[in-house]
Design a binder for this molecule. Structure first.
Ligand SMILES: Cc1cc2nc3c(=O)[nH]c(=O)nc-3n(C[C@H](O)[C@H](O)[C@H](O)COP(=O)(O)OP(=O)(O)OC[C@H]3O[C@@H](n4cnc5c(N)ncnc54)[C@H](O)[C@@H]3O)c2cc1C
Length: 599
């Protein structure tokens, strides 16, 4: 295996010292769990990730799935790993005991799943898509649909997909054209083409359950006329047995830069007029159903980006400790031995940057997963609603910030390896290629920015932003009492002030000239993202200060490392937001003013 997946000490720090995950066990839903059962889940996940997922990460990249016109083939290790994952019950981990699940909090499932993502994103994608698919059917499917599909998905007999994108409709789902004609028996006949559908065909499971967005003819135009359908590869009889092949055809595999272990497919629905689907919930509400489940899916994307960054960070850390090269600036004596490159300040800069990006990205994704738990089992209605509001606001950041900065971490990991990092003999180039997907799928970086500035930051009179500011100010007040952190606390306070000033300046323009107000939305996404991460770092620093008081030896080094990474982020990164806010408030129209013909 090429290096460690993550720092387990960090994982337990996040769960038990920052997020107080153990407190969840006092809630009725998690009463049968304890810190010990949580740790046992992590142990199982870690062992399985290391033994079954990580060893074929490179092989799956080098031998991508192939299609001979009839069958999809891939290396056998993928199926073996997924069998182990399903047999261990991980697909149903968050579901009720009665459904065969482990009834784990989402923060624990995200923590456990992070290990599989770090080990092998390509193989891990199959069960994670299945989990997302099962969650939609669990939440919105009829009892009959649950009986037919849900148990089979939760045990891994069937795998699932999300089939939204069409060749002419990616970011703009209002333009999808796949149609669904009602049949007299209540089913629908689908016809249309989808592209980029991950895990859209393979022979890893008995059946594949596609969740397909399509239009019922005569429905409203745009997003209000999109419905959601269950379309299985093999039709399923009422007793759960498999029926005839449905008319879903793989028209080709897509060959990608990374994530090669996951099949990316072009699918034709109803070419022969025989593609039967079942409507989920009510007609025309398909997009709302899909988006309802997006929060968790997007935290999952962010976590995937974090884990690839984390792998690269640990690989480059190990390399930097071992690679001798050069001497101190003050030493010109060639007879002296060379220093390991970790001794050079610039290499430490690149390591600190990676540490600051990946550990904060990890903390943010787990924080958001914990918010999902609060929405489900929080103390009262007000607590659950607040958690939902904050989660809505932070989800674009949990998806976009790691996709951008943990990818940057992967670039730095290559840089630390020098020329070797650019070769296929070392793992870091694959981490970069795999991670490059994350700013693109599940809503591109630009689309996330429009959603944040155009909707989430200003909805209900800015209620979510005010809630975030309130939470951050509590952390600021606490950190302000610690002389070691008071400076950072004040800087975070300033960054919050910048956000408020920018939103105040942009609010009237959003109403009168949204094209201008939204032109630089990406800057807002990034400025808010950096502020959220600064807050996340201050929370970690507070926990590290508490830990330091009782820590000894190696543990003290761990906590000092946390404080150093926090300091790095406040010195090197947070000050950048001031310039971004100035540009935003100036309503800079350079991009809008550049005519397409002038390029
Ligand atoms: C490996 C991979 C796996 C995928 N898996 C799935 C899957 O399982 N299921 C599924 O349904 N889809 C999947 N997708 C599709 C993915 O969600 C889309 O590629 C993505 O939403 C972008 O759509 P597009 O490719 O059509 O790009 P476009 O929408 O054409 O975007 C191109 C560029 O234009 C920008 N842009 C577009 N519209 C606007 C706008 N209004 N304002 C500003 N900028 C804009 C975008 O930000 C982007 O930079 C996958 C894609 C890939 C590459």
């Amino acid at each position: 295996m090429a290096g460690k997946i993550l720092n387990r000490r960090d994982l337990e720090f996040q769960l038990f010292e920052v997020l107080d995950t153990e407190a969840l066990t006092s809630r009725p839903r998690y009463a049968e769990h304890s810190k010990e059962t949580f740790l046992a889940v992590l142990d199982t996940a870690e062992a399985m990730a290391e033994e079954k997922f990580a060893p074929h990460n490179r092989k799956a990249d080098e031998h991508e799935p192939s299609f001979d016109g009839t069958r999809v083939s891939m290396i056998p290790e993928v199926k073996e790993a997924l069998k182990a994952f399903c047999d261990a019950g991980f697909i149903a981990a968050a579901h009720d005991f009665e459904r065969g699940g482990m009834q784990l909090p989402v923060v624990m499932t995200q923590a456990a799943f992070s290990l599989f993502k770090g080990a092998n994103v390509g193989t891990a994608a199959y069960p994670f898509l299945t989990i997302a698919n099962a969650n939609v059917i669990h939440r919105f499917g009829s009892e009959a649909q649950k009986a037919k599909y849900l148990d089979a998905l939760l045990t891994g007999r069937f795998f699932g997909t999300m089939a939204l994108t069409e060749p002419q409709a990616g970011s703009s789902l209002s333009d999808i054209t796949t149609s669904a004609e009602p049949n007299p028996d209540g089913s629908y006949s689908l016809r249309g083409n989808k592209i980029f559908i991950s895990a859209g065909d393979h022979e890893l499971s008995e059946n594949i359950v596609h969740l397909v967005l399509a239009r019922i003819p005569g429905g409203p135009a745009g997003v209000k006329g999109i419905s959601l359908f269950i379309v299985p590869k093999f039709r399923v009889n009422d007793d759960g047995s498999l029926g005839a092949r449905n008319d879903v055809t793989l028209t080709g595999l897509i060959h990608k830069m990374g994530y090669r272990g996951t099949t990316s497919t072009m699918l034709a629905f109803g070419e022969q007029g025989g593609c039967i689907g079942e409507l989920v919930g009510e007609a025309h509400k398909g997009l709302a159903y899909m988006f309802h489940m997006m929060n968790e899916a997007r935290i999952g994307v962010g976590m995937g980006a974090v884990m690839l960054g984390y792998r690269g960070y640990l690989a480059s850390l190990e390399y930097a400790r071992e690679r001798p090269q050069g001497r101190a600036p003050t030493n010109k004596n060639p007879a002296d031995p060379q220093l390991p490159i970790i001794e050079h300040a610039d290499v430490r800069r690149m390591l600190l940057a990676q540490k600051a990006y990946v550990e904060a990205g990890y903390a943010l994704c787990l924080f958001c997963a914990r918010l999902v738990d609060e929405t489900r089992s929080g103390a009262d209605d007000a607590a659950r609603q607040d958690a939902g509001l904050l989660l809505d606001l932070l989800t674009p950041i949990a998806k976009s910030w790691p996709s951008q900065w943990c990818l940057e971490a992967n670039s730095l990991a290559i840089q630390i390896h020098g020329g070797y990092g650019y070769t296929r003999e070392y793992p870091v180039e694959q981490f970069y290629r795999d991670n490059r997907l994350n700013p693109i799928h599940e809503g591109t970086h630009g689309i996330q920015a429009l959603d944040l500035l155009g909707r989430k930051a200003i909805m209900d009179g800015g209620a979510a932003m005010k809630l975030f500011a309130r939470e951050a100010r509590q952390t600021i007040a606490e950190a302000g009492k610690d002389p070691a952190l008071a400076g950072h606390a004040a800087e975070l306070g300033d960054a919050l002030g910048e956000i408020a000033a920018t939103l105040q300046a942009l609010a009237p323009v959003l109403a009168t000239n949204p094209t201008l107000a939204l032109a630089n939305a990406v800057l807002f996404l990034e400025a808010f993202g950096h502020t959220v991460i600064a807050w996340i770092w201050l929370r970690q620093a507070l926990a590290a200060q508490r830990g330091l008081q009782r820590a000894i030896a190696a543990d003290a080094d761990f906590y000092r490392g946390k404080l150093a990474a926090c300091r790095w982020f406040y010195r090197w990164e947070l000050p950048k937001v001031r310039q971004w806010h100035e540009l935003l408030r100036s309503l800079d129209d350079t991009t809008l003013a550049m005519a397409p013909e002038s390029f």
